[in-house]
Design a protein around this ligand. Sequence first.
Ligand code: ADE
Ligand code: ZN
Length: 326
Amino acid sequence: LPSDEALLSLPKAELHLHIEGTLEPELAFELADRNGVALPYASVEELAARYEFSDLQSFLDLYYATMAVLRTEDDFAELTRRYLRTAAEQGLRHVELFFDPQAHVSRGVALEAVVDGISGALAEAERDLDISSGIILCFLRDQPVESADAVLSAALTRPERLLGVGLDSAEVGYPPELFAGVFARAKDAGLHTVAHAGEEGPPAYIRQALDLLGVERVDHGIRAAEDPQLLARLAAEGVPLTVCPLSNVRLRTVPDLADHPLLALDAAGVRVTINSDDPAYFGGYVGHNYLAVRDALGVDAATAERFARTSIDGSFASDARKAALQ
Ligand code: ADE
Ligand code: ZN
């Protein structure tokens, strides 16, 4: 099996990373102090002790509460800078990061502050760390469609700043079909499209994401493993899945890493990538996810290299950039 060093140094892309999910407890308290925001936890230790989740919703409750400390452009820039520093140490060369504007605009933070802060830090990393990047605006599927429409309209005043749109937050009860119109508008504006589907939700949600949203990748998608016909379709169409192994264990969508369908998806010919989702909350950044699947599933060097190559191939980077990274 490959060494830690071999896995960490593999050139890789991260395609499933919520920037708000990189907010470590230490930075949360720094920003809470700086911004005069009261966190309902007495200390870094007390906050970190809450990182014990029973399902997606129990995580989301803490995730949305803690991100209230993010208020200014500089907060978003600092958050992104810290993520990129860690990511660079783990072989990351390209990142397409998610952000949740509705969760900020609803607290009175301007969309511009969010986008400018994140984009500023990404531009520094392109220059200083040779990490290429783009940002994907995610709609919160458990908020009204009108709210998604409004944030898309605001973002489309400067569409060139976005790589694409995605769909996240509580999945069950909020099927992709609700967002068909919003996604059609985003596509018409030339944006790429992805969606979380089949994390907690059924395989039918993955089909809807493909058929009704026209997504180019599926985020998570692990419940496709229950549906042989869907697996065959994903393989035939070459749709990449952005799998997040440590996240799936922490949110109990799989009982144990040893039971994770990663290798079953791969064996079915599906294009699999490995990602960290919300690394501050789930016990590790992208490299840690590679180490964890080696240890729990026996992922060998050739397979890990293939996953890393797929992450670059399955990205929305230019052909020239992909060639430079392979
Ligand atoms: N938002 C942040 N992380 C998420 C996840 N794993 N699933 C859905 N929404 C999210
Ligand atoms: Zn996610």
